[in-house]
Ligand binder design. Structure first.
Ligand code: CMP
Length: 138
């Protein structure tokens, strides 16, 4: 079993799409292991997205991701990292495959409903970023 991190972005929270997105993930075989709703400040959003340092869209991304509450979710299943990327779909909802979360719930490239860890090591870091690594099972 593998764990990965999903973040429901402000557009998904504000748009009342948390329930539908989580239901789709459970139907896709993921077990929700931990879940936390927080509002990131700009420094925290910048730290979370530090891999995009220097990219032209970073400032807008940081401002957006700190504009309202987000929901961080630890999901578990076999091959969780790759499976979640597949279920989430391409960054731009307009280019995402039919049946993916971003196709069905994303608004545009910036407001694309969800973020998913891109690799196993990133998943570990992102789960730790939100303090969702617990010594004791929930
Ligand atoms: P996410 O998976 O959260 O990782 C970085 C985010 O930057 C991405 O989803 C998009 O929402 C956002 N973003 C905005 N503009 C771009 C862009 N031109 N290329 C890639 N990501 C972008």
């Amino acid at each position: 079993m593998q764990q990965t991190l999903l973040m429901l972005k402000p557009d998904a929270v504000e748009g009342k799409r948390i329930g539908r997105i989580l239901a789709r993930l459970e139907e896709a075989g993921f077990l929700i292991r931990r879940l936390k709703m927080v509002r990131l400040n700009p420094q925290e959003a910048q730290a979370f997205y530090r891999v995009h340092e220097g990219k032209p869209f970073l400032d807008k991304l940081v401002a957006y991701m700190s504009s309202g509450p987000i929901c961080a979710v630890v999901l578990e299943r076999d091959d969780a990292v790759a499976e979640l990327r597949r279920v989430v779909g391409a960054t731009d909802p307009a280019e995402a495959a039919e049946g993916t979360l971003r196709k069905d719930f994303g608004l545009d490239k910036g407001h694309n409903a969800v973020h998913a860890s891109d690799a196993l090591e990133t998943a570990r870091e992102e789960i730790a970023f939100f303090g969702l690594t617990l010594a004791r099972e929930a």
